[in-house]
Design a protein around this ligand. Structure first.
Ligand SMILES: Cc1cc2nc3c(=O)[nH]c(=O)nc-3n(C[C@H](O)[C@H](O)[C@H](O)COP(=O)(O)OP(=O)(O)OC[C@H]3O[C@@H](n4cnc5c(N)ncnc54)[C@H](O)[C@@H]3O)c2cc1C
Length: 575
């Protein structure tokens, strides 16, 4: 067993920001655990930008405007106090990142350049061409290395150890050797990212499998609002790979199979720059009504009028991606695209200080913290605006790191945990891993994963309806039964990726049940959750966050908690 003051699981922007903030706050012994090398975290794939009301492109911009756009964009399910903190902190955050060495694209007069993004009233996306996440993550990682944060790279967190409502450690597996051990901590933080991999078409990295949510869920903590999944309007057709909203920010059009700019019908004012939920639904409607292109399942992103120079300067990466995956050059051709699962609005519930909370009254769990996409402080509510999540990961990562530093200095009382708690947790996790490794039934893990992604995409996608969601619940039970009869061919210890994938599938299967039940019970349409049988938002019954708790048998049951409304009463949402 090893021990650190602070153990952070997840080394994307949220985890790294927290590690740095905790160290700046005086904590000396911080460990970062990551199943992939830190700079391979999904944050590094972010393309379009990070939001902050700097006013460099339009001096009229204000943090209040950013705050309002965020709340309206989230269809009023946003906890408004949390959104206020995020948007007010944004300008300082971006300057701080710049001072750390992050290279942003510039305006002609040398300021940080800003481009328009969906749902934002002003151009406020600060960017590094279309490789913003890469620039941010590498900038932060230099600081993390300089400060000598202890890094467990390619270590897999298997479970969370709670004792008496207090987090005291995690069980981890060294992927290289297969060795399983306990890491004890005075404070434990999860920054484990999203769960987009539950869907067939997704922009998400292979690692985005909701591990942190499930580790918390299995320890008795609920997951919040997991039925809210954002479908991004522009995934490369059939691949799901992202073509950044930055393309539309730069002026690209969306056209259907008949060559019409169809957004006229759905968001006449904001057109292509309406929020993502609205644009994704518009595309899906065009496709469903037979106006799609290719074999009917695609619409097109058209950049031709932007010209070669602008595309090469501002959007070089997505041009390359389209050439590599579709064999098409966006300088000359419209690109077939479709909605793709992109962002997980749901996560482990936290308060504004990054403490994990576990009930309707937001009671914190001692020593347990979370931030980033795998957490739900609910700044995005029912639909995240583009560029707000790099912002959330850095602002709330930072803020949580500071809370942790205060906790270690002032709030922490020696846990005196009975050593049996750790040996029991280790035994349980080892038995779990061994059970997975020794699976020897007739079913194939690969087939089950493919079918899971298919049913989630087809029955819990852009549009949802009761009959399909009910069917989905049955499908998920069947898949679970088949999973229990699956086979692992690699029985080895070293770098057993088949074993990791089996555990990740186990997580996604369990989380999908919570997603499906949340979607089934939420009999309204709000943000990213669109029910064709309940097309309207229902504030009377559903202006509430969903909390899904795990029953003994692994099935979920739901409770609800109120949304924090400070300034803006819910209104009809038009663009
Ligand atoms: C293609 C793409 C483009 C995007 N573009 C933008 C954009 O332009 N602007 C914007 O604001 N947002 C964008 N987003 C969203 C944004 O990038 C993410 O929401 C954000 O970076 C998440 O950061 P994070 O630190 O919470 O998680 P991640 O960066 O996903 O990191 C998760 C970490 O957890 C670790 N981990 C997970 N499970 C385990 C486990 N079991 N054991 C050990 N470690 C584990 C991983 O190794 C990783 O280090 C984009 C997302 C995608 C997919």
């Amino acid at each position: 067993m090893v021990q650190h003051d602070v153990v952070i699981v997840g080394a994307g922007l949220a985890g790294q920001s927290a590690a740095l903030a905790a160290m700046r706050g005086g904590v000396k012994d911080v460990a970062l655990v990551s199943k992939v090398h830190p700079v391979r975290s999904h944050s590094g794939a972010a393309q379009g930008g990070i939001a902050a009301a700097l006013g460099n492109s339009d001096p009229g911009d204000t943090t209040e405007s950013h705050e309002f756009d965020t709340i309206k964009g989230g269809d009023y399910l946003v906890d408004q106090d949390a959104a206020t903190i995020m948007t007010e902190s944004a300008p300082d955050m971006v300057y701080e990142l710049e001072h750390m060495g992050v290279v942003f694209s510039r305006t002609a007069d040398g300021k940080i350049a800003q481009r328009p993004f969906g749902g934002h009233a002003y151009p406020r996306a600060c960017y590094a061409a279309d490789r913003t996440g890469h620039a941010l993550l590498h900038g932060l990682f230099e600081q993390v290395m300089k400060r000598r944060v202890r890094i467990y790279s390619e270590w897999y967190m298997v479970s969370l150890i709670l004792n008496d409502h207090r987090a005291v450690g995690v069980v981890v597996m060294n992927i290289d050797t297969g060795e399983i051990d306990v890491i004890r901590g005075k404070a434990i933080m999860f920054a484990t990212g999203g769960y987009g991999r539950a869907f067939r078409i997704t922009t998400n990295a292979f690692a985005s499998t909701g591990d942190g949510l499930i580790a918390a869920y299995r320890a008795g903590i609920p997951v919040e609002d997991v039925e809210f999944v954002q479908f991004h309007p522009t995934g490369l057709y059939r691949h799901g790979i992202l073509a950044s909203e930055g393309a539309r920010g730069e002026g690209a059009y969306l056209i259907n199979g008949k060559g019409e700019r169809f957004m006229e019908k759905y968001a006449p004012e904001r057109m292509e720059l309406a929020p993502r939920d609205i644009v994704a639904r518009a595309e899906q409607t065009e496709i469903d009504e037979g106006h799609g292109g290719e074999d009917g399942g695609a619409v097109y992103l058209d950049l031709r009028h932007l010209g070669r120079e602008r595309i090469m300067e501002r959007l070089p990466q997505i041009r390359e991606l389209a050439r590599d995956f579709l064999g098409l050059d966006m300088i000359e051709n419209p690109i077939p695209i479709q909605p793709t699962a992109h962002y997980s609005m749901g996560g482990v519930p936290t308060n504004r200080d990054g403490q994990v909370v576990y009930d309707e009254k937001n009671t914190p769990i001692d020593g347990f913290f979370a931030a980033g996409e795998g957490a739900c402080v609910s700044v995005h509510g029912a639909n995240r605006l583009g560029t707000n999540s790099l912002l959330e990961a850095t602002v709330y990562g930072n803020r949580t790191g500071r809370t942790i530093a205060r906790y270690i200095k002032e709030g922490y009382q020696s846990a005196n945990t009975d050593p049996a708690v750790f040996t029991d947790a280790l035994k349980k996790a080892t038995a779990y891993v061994e059970r997975m490794r020794s699976m020897d039934g007739p079913e194939s893990i690969g087939d089950i994963r493919t079918e899971l992604k298919d049913v989630m995409m087809d029955k819990c996608g852009v549009y949802r309806v009761e009959s399909e969601l009910t069917e989905l619940t049955g499908d998920l039970r069947d898949l679970r039964a088949r999973f229990d009869n699956a086979k692992l061919t690699d029985k080895g210890k070293r770098f057993n990726t088949e074993l990791l994938e089996a555990m990740e599938l186990d997580h996604l299967l369990e989380l999908s049940e919570a997603i499906a039940l949340g979607a089934l019970q939420r009999k309204e349409s709000r943000g990213g959750h669109a029910r064709t049988d309940y097309p309207d938002r229902d504030d009377k019954n559903f202006l509430q966050h969903t909390l899904a708790y795990r029953n003994e048998d692994g099935t979920p049951s739901l409770k609800y908690k109120p949304v924090v409304i400070t300034k803006y009463e819910p209104k009809e949402r038009t663009y």
